[in-house]
Design a protein around this ligand. Structure first.
Ligand code: FES
Ligand SMILES: [Fe+2]
Length: 336
């Protein structure tokens, strides 16, 4: 299934990445179900979930944890609180106060310490009895926590990150959505690129999987290359070639290899949260887009990042509403 063809289409105006492409009506597209082999997707998922994570879990977007207040989230059933010390360094600890269990997500942050609202106990990076902070890492876009008891692997010093463009020359945005499924369902959805033009016709046109790993693939061949046009309106869009890889068990990265935004990456992270009251698994999809372009003027446009971010988040949310329905369906079929 290898091809050296570049994504095609007719440019609307010279110098613009936007193209008008010929696109069949939705029902007239070539079916992709023969290529989207369940065995192949399962094998890619098994390889992904067998990779080490070093027990690191994405907790939130870095920007969700400001200096002035704490952030609370339960990850894999462990209640956590995250905050920043007086130097702005990320700290994560158990979410229940070691005194009488008050929710530390409601604490105040003063001079880099958590101040419990119930009786004023001050907490920092120091262990207090059984209350001990967890290793934490802020990669500039995402905040991570290491939960060794949950992960059960050999711990690593740092999380496994896919390559990213330089952050000071990029626009980064993070979108989060919860779903009733397990992380593997989110990863499996991303390892099925064939559903793109069928399931998301509002976003993708003329999707073609140019290269997919076989059921038995070496590490070097373990990627999906996809030619696709990101739809802007009607039959107008931006054609790219993208590569999907799974660098660790709860992350799938899509790198733009060719076309507008080459070097950009969309990282889809699946963080297990716990279970709902019916015992169903809950997972947060935390998707980081790091948009980059060599086009002159893009760096200047990073000044407009605050305006661009909500739009990027909206686009990701629309896709993820459908992709979560796919992941939740996969989970419910498994647990019938
Ligand atoms: S519960 Fe936190 S100080 Fe008492
Ligand atoms: Fe999708």
């Amino acid at each position: 299934m290898r091809s050296s063809e570049s994504p095609a289409g007719r440019p609307l105006r010279r110098g613009l990445p936007v193209r008008r492409v010929r696109r069949p009506r939705w029902a007239d597209q070539p079916g992709t179900w023969r290529e989207a082999s369940p065995d192949l997707i399962d094998a890619a998922l098994r390889r992904a979930t067998a990779r080490p994570s070093g027990n690191w879990f994405v907790l939130a977007a870095s920007s969700e944890i400001p200096r002035e207040r704490p952030f609370g989230r339960t990850v894999a059933g462990v209640e956590l609180v995250a905050w920043r010390n007086s130097e702005g360094v990320l700290r994560v600890g158990p979410g229940a106060c070691p005194h009488l269990g008050a929710p530390l997500a409601q604490a105040r942050v003063q001079c880099g310490q958590l101040v419990c609202r119930w009786h004023g106990m001050r907490l920092d990076e120091t262990t207090r009895g059984r209350w001990a902070p967890f290793p934490a890492h802020d990669d500039g876009v995402l905040a991570w926590v290491r939960l060794d008891r949950v992960g059960g692997e050999s711990p690593r010093q740092r999380p496994v990150l896919p390559p990213r463009p330089p952050l000071d020359e990029s626009i980064a945005a993070v979108a989060s959505m919860p779903g009733r499924c397990e992380p593997q369902d989110v990863v499996a959805n991303r390892l099925d690129p064939w559903h793109g033009s069928w399931f998301h016709p509002y976003s993708f046109m003329n999707l073609r999987v140019a290269d997919a790993p076989s059921v038995v693939a070496s590490e070097d061949d373990d990627h999906f290359d996809v030619d696709v046009t990101f739809r802007l309106a009607g039959s107008v869009g931006v054609p790219v070639r993208a590569r999907f890889t799974a660098p660790e068990p709860r992350t799938v990265a899509m790198h733009i290899l060719d076309g507008e935004g080459a070097g950009s990456v969309v990282e889809t992270h699946a963080t297990p949260l716990g279970r709902d009251r019916h015992g169903r698994a809950l997972t947060a999809v935390i998707e980081a887009t790091v948009a980059h372009s060599d086009r002159p003027g893009f760096r200047a446009s990073t000044a407009v990042a605050p305006a661009v971010r909500p739009v990027m988040r909206w686009a990701a949310r629309r896709l993820w509403r459908d992709d979560l329905a796919y992941a939740e369906r996969r989970y419910s079929l498994r647990h019938r």
